[in-house]
Design a protein around this ligand. Structure first.
Ligand code: DON
Length: 335
C-alpha cells in the first residue's frame, strides 16, 4: 500500500461555498450590520480619527482568483497592525525559524496590544502580533541601511497586493511623533539585547509598515495569498515561501486578535489579524481570504462589525477549522 504524501484532510464536501451563494450572503451581512453603530473610532492620531463610521466593506478572494466585494471596497485606509503578519513572514525568510524564535516568542499574552511587557525568563516579547514583538520582528528585516530595508519591505507588500504599494506620509509622521510607548518598548528590548542599537531605524520601519495604504479588496488578496500557500492567486507570484506559511498562520490563530484571540479561535476558528484602522483579515486555508473593513472598534481594538461578520460567515459556511459535524447537526453558539 502506498501512502499519499499529502496528509492534510480534504475540506468536507458538505460545506461548499458556491459562488452563487456567497454574493447574496455578503450583501445580507452588509445590510444587516451597516446600520449598527456600536464601537469607537481610534483617535490617538488625527489621521485615524478622520475615519467615517459608516465605512464598511466585506471582500472575499478565493484561491482560484474569484473576487466578491460589497460596500466600500475601494476606500483606502492604513493597514496598521495587519502589517505585522507579513513582516513576520519576511523576518522568517531573512533569518529562518530558530533565529526569529530566539528573538520573538509565540505565546499569546492576554494583554492589550501595546502592553510594555516581555517574557520574564527569556526577555523576549511574547509574540509577533503585539507591538513589542512586531518592533523586534521589524528590527530583523535585512538591508543595507534604512532605505534598502524599506524597499525590501515594500517589495514584499507588492507581492501580496499585486500592485505598487504606497505609504501615507501624514500617518507615518503622526505615528512617529506620538509613538512614545513603542519607543519605550524598543528601549526595554535593547536593554535586554533583544534588538540591536539601531532603534530609530527599526521604529521608523515599524511606523512605515503601519502606514501602508490598502483597501478591503487588497486585504482579501493578501489573506488569499496565505490561504494559497504563499502564492498570490491573482498574479501567481510567490509572496512568501510556502514553508513559513504554517508559522504565520499559527501565530495569527493564537495571537492575531489580541486579548480576544482565545474567544475568536473558539467561535470563528480561523487564523486572523486585526488593526486599529478597522481592518480584519481571515485566512481559510486552501480556500479563500476574507477581509472586513469598518473603523468602529470594540473595547479590545478589533473592528466591531468585522468581528460580527466573521462570526456569522464562519457559522453559516461551517468554516471553523475544527468543525466536523455535518451541516444539519451543527450547534449554534446560542445552543
Ligand atoms: O503601534 C501602534 O500603536 C499602531 N501604529 C498600530 C496599532 C494597531 O493596529 C494595533 N491594533 N489593533
Amino acid at each position: 500500500m502506498t501512502l499519499t504524501p499529502d496528509l492534510r484532510s480534504p475540506q468536507p464536501a458538505d460545506t461548499p461555498i458556491s459562488s452563487d451563494l456567497l454574493p447574496s450572503v455578503l450583501e445580507e451581512l452588509h445590510t444587516q450590520h451597516q446600520s449598527l453603530r456600536s464601537g469607537k473610532i481610534a483617535d490617538y492620531i488625527p489621521e485615524l480619527a478622520k475615519a467615517n463610521p459608516d465605512w464598511f466593506s466585506i471582500c472575499v478572494t478565493t484561491v482560484d482568483g474569484q473576487q466578491f466585494a460589497v460596500g466600500d471596497a475601494e476606500q483606502r485606509f492604513t493597514i496598521q497592525s495587519i502589517s505585522k503578519v507579513f513582516v513576520y513572514g519576511l523576518a522568517l525568510e531573512d533569518h529562518g525559524r530558530d533565529r526569529v524564535l530566539a528573538k520573538v516568542g509565540v505565546e499569546p499574552t492576554g494583554d492589550a496590544f501595546n502592553a510594555i511587557v516581555l517574557d520574564e525568563q527569556s526577555k523576549r516579547p511574547y509574540n509577533p502580533m503585539v507591538n513589542a514583538g512586531a518592533i523586534a520582528t521589524t528590527s530583523l528585516i535585512k538591508g543595507h541601511g534604512a532605505t534598502d530595508r524599506l524597499n525590501r519591505m515594500l517589495a514584499m507588500f507588492e507581492r501580496y497586493v499585486g500592485h505598487e504599494p504606497y505609504l501615507d506620509m501624514p500617518t507615518f509622521m503622526s505615528e512617529r511623533t506620538t509613538g512614545h510607548r513603542n519607543r519605550a518598548m524598543a528601549h526595554l528590548m535593547l536593554n535586554f539585547g533583544m534588538i540591536d542599537e539601531k532603534i530609530d531605524e527599526a521604529l521608523d520601519l515599524y511606523f512605515q509598515q503601519c502606514s501602508l495604504l490598502v483597501d478591503c479588496r487588497d486585504l482579501s488578496v493578501m489573506a488569499a495569498t496565505l490561504a494559497n500557500r504563499g502564492v498570490n492567486p491573482l498574479t501567481n507570484v510567490q509572496a512568501v515561501s510556502a514553508c513559513y506559511v504554517r508559522d504565520i498562520l499559527s501565530v495569527m490563530y493564537t495571537c492575531g486578535m489580541y486579548n480576544f484571540a482565545g474567544e475568536w479561535a473558539y467561535k470563528v476558528g480561523l487564523p486572523a489579524k486585526s488593526g486599529v484602522s478597522g481592518g480584519i483579515i481571515v485566512v481559510v486555508p486552501d480556500r479563500m481570504g476574507i477581509a472586513v473593513f469598518s473603523p468602529l472598534l470594540d473595547a479590545r481594538g478589533n473592528s466591531w462589525r468585522g468581528v460580527k461578520v466573521c462570526e456569522e460567515l464562519s457559522q453559516r459556511f461551517g468554516l471553523h477549522l475544527f468543525e466536523c459535524a455535518p451541516p444539519d447537526s451543527r450547534c449554534n453558539h446560542s445552543d
